[in-house]
Design a protein around this ligand. Sequence first.
Ligand code: SF4
Ligand code: SF4
Ligand code: SF4
Length: 272
Amino acid sequence: MKNIWHRFFMLIIFEAVAITLWLTKDNFFYLFNFSYIGLSIYLGIFLFIKKYKHARRIVQLLVGLYMLIYLGLICNENMQIEGFWYYLFTGVFEAATIHYAVAKIFGPLLFGRGWCGYACWTAMVLDFLPYKSPSQPRKKLGWIRYITFMVSLVFVASLFLAKVGNIERIMFWAFIVGNLAYYAVGIALAFAFKDNRAFCKYICPITVFLKPMSYFSVLRIKCDKDKCISCGKCKRVCPMNVDVTDNSRKRKNGTECILCMECVRNCPKDAL
Ligand code: SF4
Ligand code: SF4
Ligand code: SF4
């Protein structure tokens, strides 16, 4: 019963969000949007249970491409952090504000940084690079994320304060330029540090929301100490340097876990 509940957990959550937003905002798009994401995640969980190696990557591509190409480029919605500030300042609970509320601010209380493991279109590309598990110790560069966070906030606030016209159009171009910059910096850092997820660890401004909220996540990987033989394999394969054998919320790099399940897949004793 527990396994069945786990299998449907995310689908139920996303369907609840889909139906609630569809009815409260009287907009069918929300039913389609969140149902699509929920079903994509369900497919990934199903494939993972069937031990299909690329289950997570399939979800990442299904959701990431949908958001980048359909929502971003075709529907002209800036779903990056600048788009969130833009809709927040206009006082509209639409598009990026809903997206951030569900995926990056309140959602992480339930599913941690699942966004980073299964949906982010930046990581979708970075995960194709060759450095899946970092070979070097983590660097003390996490402070950079607060600078990029402030730069995005100041950029959008300045447009409003200066009463610049046609901000919506600027937001569309900011989405394109911002994404190209993320990909360029992300790929360069991955090769420089031999770590696909270096951008996520040091630069990404969204982690300013994601990290504190995911600390309280309901969904998290736990270690069965009776089965664990302390072989250290889980830590070696973890792309985010999480000490997953420590069950406390204060585990080392605990708020970095992207629920990618690499540790679970590689544990020789099924202890995770
Ligand atoms: S840390 Fe940022 S770039 Fe990395 S997966 Fe999460 S949202 Fe995407
Ligand atoms: S891989 Fe499994 S057995 Fe090895 S240390 Fe991690 S949890 Fe323990
Ligand atoms: S390998 Fe395990 S601990 Fe590391 S990010 Fe993935 S799920 Fe989290």
